[in-house]
Design a protein around this ligand. Structure first.
Ligand code: HEC
Length: 127
């Protein structure tokens, strides 16, 4: 999709400027808002995650063992990228919930590390 369609026209003729300006403002607002949202919810929050730590914690807290009891197999079927969890922020939130519910007392960077591993192996949310 091209967003720059008639943009240059408004600048050439001062007469058309008042009608094109609101549109340009609208597009500018969008251009600044979308990356901001993506930053809050995208996989960018996993950029500095310690994946080795996440793998260790996943093994240590027996996440897969319990999930296997729920869904069988290796337990990974519990991770449903097409389900309710559809962005990186929600994924991290879910790990946080599980951690709180199970009273694991993880540090925030540990929660992020676990979520980052799940994202890499199962959810694959993009930045
Ligand atoms: C005592 C059992 C148990 C343990 C231990 C457990 N979970 Fe879960 N987990 C569940 C159940 C049950 C669900 C499904 C909940 C639902 O669908 O509402 C779930 C769902 C999830 C989901 C959401 C899956 C999705 O896409 O909807 C994530 C993420 C998750 N668990 C992460 C973890 C992590 C990380 C750990 C280890 C730190 C962990 N869980 C440990 C029982 C457990």
């Amino acid at each position: 999709m091209r967003l720059d369609g008639g943009g240059a026209m408004g600048e050439v003729s001062p007469m058309t400027a008042p009608t094109t300006n609101p549109m340009r403002h609208h597009l500018l607002a969008l251009a600044f808002t979308l990356p901001a949202l993506a930053h809050g919810q995208g996989a960018a929050i996993f950029k500095d995650a310690d994946l080795a730590l996440g793998e260790k914690l996943l093994a240590e807290h027996q996440c897969a063992q319990c999930h296997t009891r729920q869904v069988g197999g290796d337990g990974s079927a519990i991770y449903r990228p097409a389900g309710r969890i559809n962005n990186a922020g929600l994924l991290r939130g879910m790990v946080e919930n599980c951690s709180t519910r199970l009273n694991l007392q993880l540090f925030p960077e540990e929660v992020t590390a676990i979520a980052a591993v799940l994202n890499r192996d199962h959810y694959r949310f993009k930045p």
